[in-house]
Design a protein around this ligand. Structure first.
Ligand code: ZN
Length: 137
């Protein structure tokens, strides 16, 4: 699966976003090293918490026994618009990626025209991770 195909999956997942409070819809598609793809969307609740699209996809994959990931595509924009600027993962999602992914894990973003890819090492430099603690990873 190439970057464009993965982004198409993210855009499709974005249609399921439940975001009545922010009205900002995000979709993500996570590519596992075995080729499996998990998708996610942001899900908000009235207590003003919830999950980002990236974490929805990663947690679903982990819950189904997968922990080896290659890349994630992420697309976000106001609910009634198509993405036209990069939607970078939030700090919490970056840390969750750091838990399960190596420095070469690729984050793929779209501005609606072109794809931009950055490694996790670039997105979260000098990260604290499971290797900093015994028993992690
Ligand atoms: Zn996030």
């Amino acid at each position: 699966m190439d970057r464009h195909e993965l982004m198409e999956r993210a855009l499709e997942a974005r249609k399921n976003a439940y975001c009545p409070y922010s009205n900002f819809a995000v979709g993500a598609a996570l590519l596992c090293k075995d080729g499996t793809v998990y998708t996610g969307c942001n899900i908000e609740v009235a207590a003003l918490t919830g999950s980002c699209a990236e974490r929805t996809a990663i947690f679903q994959a982990v819950a189904e026994g997968r922990r080896q990931f290659s890349a994630i595509a992420v697309a976000g924009a106001p609910k009634d618009q198509e993405p036209d600027s990069l939607c970078a993962p939030c700090g919490v999602c970056r840390q969750v990626m750091r838990e399960f992914c190596g420095p070469d894990f690729e984050i793929i973003l779209t501005d609606g025209q072109e794809l931009t890819a950055i490694t996790l090492a670039g997105l979260l430099p000098m990260a604290f991770g499971p290797d900093n603690l015994e028993g992690g990873g």
